[in-house]
Design a protein around this ligand. Structure first.
Ligand code: IVH
Length: 667
């Protein structure tokens, strides 16, 4: 294929993928299956990898983000990003309406919109392509978070229509839908990481992450609600919204024109009751004057537009009695106190339990058993206890003493400096921790062994499973002697265990449940070290040299490896035939230009991620080496190159080349 044909093919694939992306994420009307979409994407990825000269920052392949660290550059907003005046009271809204009536002579109408609870973003498009995305910051200057925003699939990289102005900015709210938020928190908790308090915090944290490939894994979404530009051709805000929808942006359908403040109240009442039916959080309603000319007439105060206001819903609260406190023990031994309450209706559900977070929170609330407590469902999924009604405290209340021993195994709890939660250190003999580890081990993303939670508990209690390695020594006759096991179910379980011996090392490593070693880190470690033996032998420095492994992860791995029980578990699994070696996916060689050459890379790169450069080295026959030595042939230097590596390379006379020089070497 000559270069022109390749370029055309790349352009055609990009165009198709942009269209399919739009149909899937904006219109929710996909034309092709996920499999077909993935295969088009793979074709494009392969072509782009072979032809870095046709790289494009807005290619659909760029959605996966990069593992390159980014520093957020501060950018001045072309149009200041003002916030809205807000109120919780209807009187204020009536006063707002009075002010509008006094200030404009003709009739006016409002557009009512949902107030999405996320983080505001302003995105600039030039000639139909996404150029820059900036956070609100202080309203005048924000952070350039373009790389992270590009990973959000419902934000077009290239507009699918042709009817857009050359330059404009759209503004909207990036948020985490509730199901994605819950999944993400469950995964974090399973890894022993702190859960996000609510979807808004999770969205805000995600947008400010330095590694856009991690952002790409967060199920973020975005509604657009405002468009700005020099020559926009519409007269009303509602027309503006339908225009940006035509251009390819995601705009909410729950928007309504209201001809009077009473109609606004009806809209507010409706959504105050119905907001729990939405798959994302809203915290109020935004009310905007529809006609742009009237908006201009009303203008702005120093902080807010005079033509819009937000009405905020009160967090829903209820009062009920605290009957007792339970303490749950997680897979990592973390203790979570949970309040048992007299059932009460709150935000459309009956609430019986509420989160108490940790000992500090309980002390802060000065909570006693028998107290009447106020519970609240704000942005959070699980209600929390926010205060105690001390005026209703009876003589019979009992002081709540935080437990000192594990409720499951009675081991004295510990509290590590800097951690809010207490931990049970008895990780190998504390039943909920063992069961939690087993459930994690067999989960779909780990060993994918088909057994229900109740089955795991049953096998554990029957003494057939003492640790995860015992899955590989289960015998049919033992299973058959248990309740609920018949020939077929026993065989299914054994087959599923047998099949798990094919699970690749990356997943096995994740399945072992080493604290802080999630799926991504497990993959990086497996690729870097290649086997469990190498992991056992690795020093902290070796571990720190691996992408994404920092001090906390390295010392957790070290601790895990030094433990004799863990070593025994691994040996038993090795004997059973579980895979503890990384088999690198055989990729087609791209040539032998770098045969016999030792390459070191340092710094961050513009056209490729570090991983991609390493892969290119290997695919061209070269060897990736982490430290510069006399044997190093080339140092590929990116931005912010490590000064010691640079000096060493200069001292040893190692050739130092840039990313482009490296690509030129590959031809
Ligand atoms: S309009 C000049 N519309 O609420 C008008 N804002 O305090 C600018 N928000 O910073 C904002 N949903 O992050 C507008 N439908 C909506 C919104 C909305 C959420 C956020 C936005 C803004 C804050 C206002």
């Amino acid at each position: 294929m000559d270069n022109n044909t390749v370029q055309q093919q790349i352009a055609a694939l990009r165009e198709q993928l942009h269209q399919h992306n739009y149909r899937y994420y904006i219109l929710a009307q996909p034309l092709i299956s996920d499999f077909e979409f993935d295969s088009l994407m793979k074709q494009l990825e392969a072509l782009e990898q072979q032809h870095p000269e046709f790289a494009d920052a807005n290619s659909p392949t760029q959605r996966v983000g990069s593992d390159k660290e980014q520093a957020f550059v501060q950018v001045q907003h072309t149009y200041p990003m003002l916030s809205l005046g807000n109120t919780y009271s209807r009187e204020d809204l009536s006063e707002f309406d009075d002010r509008i009536r006094k200030n404009i002579e003709e009739d006016y109408e409002y557009v009512c919109e949902l107030k999405y609870d996320g983080i505001a973003i302003s995105i600039r498009y030039e000639n139909g392509a996404l150029k820059q995305a900036v956070t609100r910051g202080d309203g005048l200057v924000g952070d350039d978070v373009t790389q992270n925003i590009k990973t959000i699939k419902s934000i077009p990289l290239v507009l699918p229509s042709a009817e857009y102005p050359d330059e404009f900015e759209v503004r909207g709210e990036v948020f985490l839908p509730l199901d994605g938020f819950m999944k993400m928190n469950a995964e974090r908790e399973a890894l022993g990481e702190a859960a996000f308090a609510n979807p808004r915090n999770a969205a805000a944290g995600s947008i400010k992450m330095q590694n856009s490939s991690t952002v790409a894994k967060r199920p973020l979404d975005c509604y657009l609600y405002y468009v700005l530009g020099a020559n926009l051709s519409f007269q009303t805000h509602a027309q503006g919204l339908s225009k940006i929808k035509e251009w390819g942006f995601k705009v909410s359908e729950h928007t309504q024109i209201c001809k009077s403040i009473d109609e606004v109240f009806t809209f507010i009442d409706f959504w105050d009751k119905q907001r729990h039916t939405l798959p994302f959080d809203i915290d109020g309603i935004v009310i905007k004057i529809n006609k742009i000319a009237q908006q201009q007439e009303l203008g702005f105060t120093a902080k807010n537009p005079r033509w819009a206001i937000s009405y905020k819903f009160k967090a829903e609260q209820a009062f009920t009695k605290l009957n007792s406190v339970d303490y749950q023990v997680g897979r990592t031994g973390a203790i979570t106190p949970v309040a048992n309450l007299t059932p009460v209706q709150l935000a459309g559900t009956t609430v019986k339990r509420a989160s108490l977070h940790n000992a500090d929170q309980i002390a802060l609330l000065d909570l006693r058993i028998g107290d009447i407590v106020c519970i609240e469902k704000g942005g959070e999924i699980i209600p929390k206890v926010v205060s105690v009604d001390v005026s209703r405290r009876s003589e019979a209340v009992q002081v709540l003493e935080y437990i000192q021993h594990c409720p499951a195994c009675n081991t004295a709890l510990v509290r590590i400096d800097g951690e809010a939660k207490h931990f049970c250190p008895n990780e190998f003999a504390c039943p909920p921790q063992i069961k939690g580890k087993m459930e994690h081990f067999i989960s779909r993303k780990a060993m994918n062994i088909n057994a229900a939670e109740a089955t795991v508990a049953q096998l554990y209690e029957a003494g057939l499973l003492k640790d995860v390695s015992d899955f590989y020594y289960l015998k049919k006759e033992n299973l058959l002697s248990l309740d609920r096991f018949a020939e077929k179910s026993a065989q299914n379980l054994l087959d599923s265990v047998e099949a798990s011996k094919q699970v690749p090392f990356t997943k096995v490593l994740f399945a072992l449940g080493i604290r802080y070693v999630g799926e991504t880190v497990a993959k990086k470690i497996a690729q870097a070290l290649g086997s469990i033996e190498a992991l056992f032998q690795a020093s902290v420095a070796d571990l720190l040299a691996i992408d994404e492994v920092g001090e906390k992860i390295a010392s957790s791995i070290k601790l895990w490896c030094e433990n004799e029980l863990n070593q025994k578990i691994v040996t038993k699994m090795q004997l059973a035939g579980v895979c503890f070696e990384h088999i690198a996916q055989q990729k087609e060689s791209l040539g032998n230009t770098l045969n016999g050459l030792n390459m070191v890379i340092s710094g961050t790169f513009t056209l490729h991620s570090r991983e991609q450069i390493k892969e290119l080295i290997e695919l061209h026959g070269g060897k990736n080496v982490s430290a510069v030595s006399a044997k190093t042939n080339y140092l590929i230097a990116g931005d912010n190159i490590g000064p010691s590596k640079l000096k060493k390379a200069q001292d040893l006379g190692v050739k130092i080349i840039s990313e482009t020089e490296f690509l030129a070497m590959l031809g």
